[in-house]
Design a protein around this ligand. Sequence first.
Ligand SMILES: Cc1cc2nc3c(=O)[nH]c(=O)nc-3n(C[C@H](O)[C@H](O)[C@H](O)COP(=O)(O)OP(=O)(O)OC[C@H]3O[C@@H](n4cnc5c(N)ncnc54)[C@H](O)[C@@H]3O)c2cc1C
Length: 467
Amino acid sequence: MRSFNKIEENDISFFTQVCGEGNVLIGDEISEDFGRDEMTPESMRVMPEVLVTVDQANQVSRLLEYATQKRIPVTPRGQGTGLVMGSVAVHGGLMLDLSKMDGILELDRENLTLTVEPGALIMDIRAFAEAHDLFYPPMPGEQSASIGGNISTNAGGMKAVKYGVTRDYVRGLEVVLPTGEILQLGGKVAKNSSGYSLKDLIIGSEGTLAIVTKAILRLVPNPACTVSLLVPYPDALSAIRAVPILLQGKIMPVAVEFMEGDVIVAAERYLGKKFPDHSAEAYLLLSLDGRSKDDVERDYEHIATTCLHTGAIDVFISDTQERQDAIWSARGAFLEGIKAMTTEMDECDVVVPISKIVEFLEEKQALEQQSSLRIRSFAHAGDGNLHVYILKDDIDDATWEKQLHLVMSALYRKARDLGGKVSGEHGIGFMKREFLEQSAGAKAVSLMRGIKRVFDPEGILNPGKVC
Ligand SMILES: Cc1cc2nc3c(=O)[nH]c(=O)nc-3n(C[C@H](O)[C@H](O)[C@H](O)COP(=O)(O)OP(=O)(O)OC[C@H]3O[C@@H](n4cnc5c(N)ncnc54)[C@H](O)[C@@H]3O)c2cc1C
């Protein structure tokens, strides 16, 4: 383990000189929110020694150069909506709040790109694109996350089946290296085979290699028409068995989400709003888009027939924007709904080949029966990406720690045996490092550590994360 230096008075003077007095907070001045993300257990909260709000790449550059010289750990922070403690300052030190760098800088219609600062929120980027009749497809469940956070975790979300993930929409990046150098990677070009793709190395690196200070995003034409289908199934396994069949057809859905009935009920309670139906044990929620109402109608009739052939109880069609917004906002509240069901929980965000989701779910069901823990799940089923939540409820701390580790280990082992990966979209952060090593193997992790050393020789940038 590397040793770092504590922040001293003269360091704070330097931060203040670079960023201005009101932008440097210490001790009790820092809100407790900065000691956690959305999944940090109470017992693992850690406050940074100093919180600095930056508003220019130049400031980031000067702070990183200084931190490297002084061996001060630095944690980049977007909106703190991460789920693996990636943006928690586990070694203390300096936290860089990038939320004020939130400009939407340039829409380039000829190249179909949008240049943004890292603190721009996903909901603002999507709304800006739509106001210009364009579309930024990545749609993670948490729309108040920042684009810097989404790029750093390679966020996925609910439209990945047809449109892909954040990586597919990043054309260029401006980044600051731990040495303070500012680098332009990629650009507005649509293709690039010019040596190793450093841009792609930064995407998904969880703030451990460099800090993103600008991004050039790719936009696509706005689909004129969308429709959503809520499809109840008698049980979870028959819903999941339908997924590969639906994806083999000629129509590519935008989204294929899986949810258990009681997760819907939990989201209804949390939001105080009703879903169109919650009486079945399991559901698929699909969305389709296209250029005209006729095209989309033809597609959804075909998909609805396939659903009924695969054992669906019914198909509820939502074709007005209002109804679709209601369904998808309820879908976005699943995590909060499950959180409200229990005292504490941990999450597993595995991804497996689509053909193997059933086997993974069977393992999850068996583990729930064997252990004394409640386990709930929902999934971006069209991507094979499951979110499994292990709930503590009223179990004592010692039993919880032991049981949780047993269940988590079994879930990750199963995912690996099925050809899956530790994380589909939330990343490794601080919480899942143990499982990355088991899954990726020692050689892959040692290559990752080598890459980290090249970017960050003193190891000051987001230490204790990923590998
Ligand atoms: C209700 C809910 C639903 C969610 N649904 C989804 C989903 O569907 N799909 C999905 O992928 N995720 C989802 N998430 C997880 C989370 O929103 C994402 O991980 C998101 O990308 C985090 O963005 P953030 O701005 O909050 O980043 P933070 O949590 O602040 O940081 C995340 C990581 O990025 C790093 N980072 C942040 N900004 C920068 C930067 N400018 N440069 C370098 N590193 C940086 C941090 O150090 C950290 O390692 C969900 C979370 C919640 C609470």
